[in-house]
Structure formats: C-alpha cells, structure tokens
Design a protein around this ligand. Structure first.
Ligand code: GLA
Length: 366
C-alpha cells in the first residue's frame, strides 16, 4: 500500500489557526510517500529511504521522542492509533519525499498525513478526512512538542489541486477557493534558514496569545479566543494589555480580516488587491507578531523591486523558511535574477506553484 500527501504553502492567514481564526493555504507540488505493510506481531519497522536511516521498536516499550528527527511524525501516528484502540498490531513503513525539511512547507504534516492515510488503508479504519487531520495535529502536540494549529494537517489532507483552501479553524468548515491566476504564478523562495518549531519561539507566541485572551476575558467574558476580538474591542481594551501582547492581538485581528478580504479579491479576480494584502500580512508578522527573520525581510524587499511582483510575504511559522510571491509570468526571470544571489540553490529550493498538473492532492496511489 502506498499513500501520498503534499506539503502546503500558506497564501495568507498566519498564526491565526491556533487562535480559532481563518487561513488560506494551498497544496504544493512536493509530497511525501509512505509504503505500509501490516505485521502480525507488535513491532514497528520504519525506513527513511532518502536519509538511509531505519528504526525498529516494540509497541510495548517506552520510546524517548526527544531530539529524534522524523520519528515522532511517523511513530507518533502509529502510537496515537494504538492508544485510541484503532490498531493492535505492528507495521512496516518506508517513506521518502520531496518536501524540504524545516522550510515552512509542512514536511512534518505531509509525513503524518501520508502515514495516517497508509495505516487507514491497510487497517480499514475509515477515518474521515477532518478527523485524520485532527489526529495528525494531536500527534504534533503530543509527540513532537509543537503546539501547532490545524492548518498544515488540514491542508495536506483536504487540499485540492489548483485551489486554495479557506479554513475556519474554529468550526473546521472549509471551502475550496479557485485560484484564477491569470498570467501570474505563485513562487516560493526558500531562504535556506532552517528552524525546528519545538525549539523556536512558536510555542511562546501561542502562550502569549493565550495570556492575552485571559486578560481580555476578565473584562469581557464573551472573548474565548482572539477570533472573538473585533478591532473596536481591541482598542477599547488596549490599556489592559502590555504593548507586546497588544501587538500580537493586533496582528491576529487584522490578519483574520485580511484572509476574508483576500478570498473576496480572488473571487473578483483582483490579483493586485490580493497582493497588497500579502504585503500587509508580512509587515504585520514582522512588526506586530515578530516572527520574521532578516533573511526573509531581505527576500521580500528585493522582490518588491521587481515590476510585476504583486505580493510577497513570509509563509508558515516564520523564524526562517520561505517567502511566497505572487508574480506576473513576464517578471519571473527578473525575480530569479534578483533573488538567486540571496539563496543557496535557486534551482533546487524554489518551487513555482499555480499550474494545475503540478499541485498534488492526498491519495492512496497503489
Ligand atoms: C506552523 C504551524 C501551523 C500555523 C503556522 C503559522 O506551520 O504548524 O499550525 O500555526 O505555523 O501560521
């Protein structure tokens, strides 16, 4: 049994998912494949084919997941299904993939989703797609120590070729949004700066958002997450919040509005308007949420020098990783010329999405 799941790039809506807000990711033409076979004993053998690494464990022995690379994302899914009583026996798994690791393109979500999909198929679990995304998000919390939202796993599991996916991270309602790019491309540029979210300030940002909610809630019990906050409420309560928490809230409130407006702009075919929202998102992430990195700011600034670049922003958690750029096809070579000197390997690390045949969906392929 072979299952495949894609990475994702987030077009807009950053650090809003764990605040019950809105996000707009799309799947990319890089994926992870997992081959799986049932075993009759309680052993799990995992081979990381690209890395030439292998692990063998017994389901009944304790596992130390600390600093164990890809292990939590694969074995975590197995363990979670065992814990939930859905599987009782071991499995052989081999995986390989093309999503760059630590680049903010959700290689870990693709690995979790491909593993879950393969196990779902060989053990006949019939997990529904949203439950599978939730399970994979829980794996990230429990086994990898990253208190992420649900965007990456949801996008990898439910993304559709050549569409963006508007996700309401509170209700988990989602809508596939067509992307009429009309002579434009989405270009992902990898800064080459790598980060591990478990060690980054990612969890810290989530805690800050929770602290802000706790403060605001004392004044207004209707506020249960930053999603509930309107711009008016935020200015009414500004004096209650320390400046850094106020800035975090301002990012989340404004970013949620940007996501919804971005969908309207897409529907109207207003790509310049969409691009302006991407630019505003980057500034908000840099100044208010403070998750950018000098290398990302530089890539964004240089991109803006190119006529035909409608929008440019960091994508994913930040702290390193990639930018996503909305670029006229006629400006692609000029963009490449400007940015190539700033990245390690343009040809290997940069991915153009927006062509129907290249974006991939999650599927059992054999
Ligand atoms: C990471 C997390 C997501 C989301 C983004 C930031 O990719 O896994 O849940 O919070 O960062 O938008």
């Amino acid at each position: 049994m072979v299952a495949r799941a894609p990475g994702r790039v987030n077009l807009i809506g950053e650090h809003t998912d764990y605040n019950d807000g809105f996000v707009l990711p799309t799947t990319i033409d890089r994926h992870i494949e997992v081959v799986a076979r049932r075993r009759s004993d309680r052993r799990v053998r995992i081979v990381a084919a690209d890395l030439g690494e292998r692990k063998e464990i017994d389901l009944d022995s304790p596992i130390d997941y600390a600093n164990s690379g890809w292990l939590p994302y694969v074995l975590g899914v197995v363990h979670e299904l065992v814990q939930r009583g859905r599987i009782q026996t071991g499995v052989d798994l081999v995986f390989r993939g093309t999503v760059p690791r630590g680049a903010g393109l959700s290689s870990s979500a693709a690995l979790e989703v491909a593993t879950a999909l393969a196990l779902d198929a060989i053990f006949n679990l019939w997990l529904n797609p949203v439950d599978m995304a939730r399970l994979c998000r829980d794996v990230e919390h429990r086994y990898a120590g990253v208190r992420c939202g649900i965007m990456d796993q949801f996008a990898s599991r439910l993304g559709r070729s050549d569409h963006a996916l508007l996700i309401d991270c509170c209700s988990l309602d989602a809508r596939h949004v067509p992307m009429p790019l009309d002579g434009h491309r989405l270009v992902i540029v990898d800064s080459g700066i790598r980060r591990e979210l478990a060690d980054s300030d990612y969890n810290q940002r989530r805690t800050e958002c929770e602290e802000a909610v706790a403060v605001l809630r004392e004044a207004d019990a209707s506020i249960t997450s930053l999603r509930d906050l309107t711009p008016e409420m935020l200015s009414t309560h500004e004096h209650r919040l320390p400046p850094d928490l106020f800035a975090r809230c301002r990012h989340v409130v404004s970013e949620n509005h940007r996501v919804l407006e971005a969908c309207e702009r897409l529907a109207r075919g207003d790509l310049p308007g969409f691009g302006r929202l991407m630019n505003a998102s980057h500034l908000s992430l840099r100044n208010d949420f403070e998750v950018s990195h000098p290398a990302l700011d530089r890539l964004v600034e240089e991109a803006h020098q190119v006529d035909g670049v409608l929008g440019s922003r960091l994508t994913g958690a930040g702290f390193g990783g990639c930018t996503v750029n909305l670029v006229a096809e006629s400006a692609l070579s000029e963009l490449e010329e400007r940015l190539r000197p700033l990245v390690d390997d343009w040809s290997l690390q940069s991915i153009v999405v927006g062509t129907p045949e290249r974006a991939r969906v999650t599927e059992v392929i054999a």
